[in-house]
Design a protein around this ligand. Structure first.
Ligand code: PEP
Ligand code: MG
Length: 325
């Protein structure tokens, strides 16, 4: 099996009938890149930049961030590297942010909301990313978006970051793509409009499931209710991919669902462009996609979308994968 895995790392995730899905890695920093490249990742689909900001008394300055982003981007070579701007607040509080106690931190000041409320912090991060972009293919991704206005404001800051670098005579990448995470029900429902404001989407199922089902992703008392196979979630995802493609916007996925081999037939049939996951999950997902026939996957997707509960979807998929082995 080990030998097979070695060979698999060099092969594309392509179905028997020629549909290719890019398989990318979720990383927390430069140290994760070696393992991701070893598994044959075709880029970084999610660089959780907030790890740079956590466990310290002061935020990292532009230079420190630039160095971290550059090290990742350089290791990506000609592959894309999607850097998510700091997703802090919620379950990831910081001592230097003074957000204050919130009754519902997951519904509070987190992610893009923090960035827009702290322009100096946001501009520093954007400048570091633009500078690192000189060394490869960087893209900026915004977490927790719910409206077009947030994307427009972020784009203005991106322009300002470029203008400041220009003035300072620092080298930077002028045309870095700007994308958003689709991880709120609002963003999923408004996907068509949001697609008009950005270059790509990545579906964050960890939060999308929690917010769609109103089930805290970390609460074991309700974990039995938490499932990315809930038909409401599947229908939202299907709608997002259709809306994005209708506007020629590329769609990836970077939540846990992307690394679930059972989900791979559904997501491939929906037309997902990229699946980004923690590196050790890449071989299993790739193996499933490589044995798929798109017509069979499409048939199972149609059936999955008409189910009433997650368990029914899950057993449908388990039977499907057992049968196609
Ligand atoms: C997600 O919500 O699916 C996601 C990838 O982001 P995080 O898990 O960091 O919230
Ligand atoms: Mg999230």
């Amino acid at each position: 099996l080990r030998q097979q895995d070695g060979m698999l790392a060099d092969l594309p995730a392509v179905t028997q009938d020629g549909r290719t899905v890019q398989l990318a890695a979720n990383i927390g920093g430069p140290a994760d890149m070696a393992a991701a490249l070893k598994q044959g990742c075709e880029g970084v689909g999610l660089f959780r930049s907030e790890f740079l900001f956590m466990g310290r008394e002061h935020p990292p300055d532009e230079e420190e961030q630039f160095n971290a982003y550059r090290r990742v981007i350089e290791q990506c070579g000609d592959k894309p590297c999607i850097i998510r701007t700091m997703d802090i607040g919620g379950d990831k509080p910081l001592p230097y942010l003074h957000i204050g106690k919130e009754d519902n931190p997951f519904l509070g000041l987190r992610a893009i909301r923090v960035s827009l409320a702290e322009p100096a912090l946001f501009l520093t991060q954007l400048k570091a990313i633009l500078r690192a972009g000189v060394y490869g293919r960087a893209a900026v991704m915004l977490p927790m978006v719910i409206s077009e206005g947030e994307i427009r404001r972020a784009r203005q800051y991106l322009g300002q970051a470029g203008a400041e670098l220009e003035q300072q005579g620092k080298a930077y990448a002028p045309a870095v793509e700007l994308g958003i995470m689709i991880e709120t029900p609002a963003a999923a429902v408004m996907a068509s409009e949001l697609a008009g404001e950005c270059d790509f989407f990545s579906i964050g199922t960890n939060d999308l499931v929690q917010y769609t089902l109103a089930v805290d992703r970390g609460n074991t008392a309700v974990s039995g209710l938490y499932s990315h196979f809930h038909p409401a979630v599947l229908r939202l995802i299907d709608g997002v991919i259709k809306a994005a493609h209708a506007r020629n916007v590329w769609v990836g996925m970077c939540g846990e669902m992307a690394g679930d081999p059972l989900a791979a037939p559904l997501l491939t049939a929906m037309g997902i462009d990229e699946l980004s996951m923690s590196a050790p999950l890449i071989p299993r997902v790739k193996a499933v996609i490589r044995q798929l026939k798109l017509s069979d996957a499409t048939a199972v997707l149609t059936r999955a979308l008409s189910q009433n509960d997650p368990q029914a979807v899950q057993s449908l998929l388990t039977d499907f994968l057992a049968g196609s082995r």
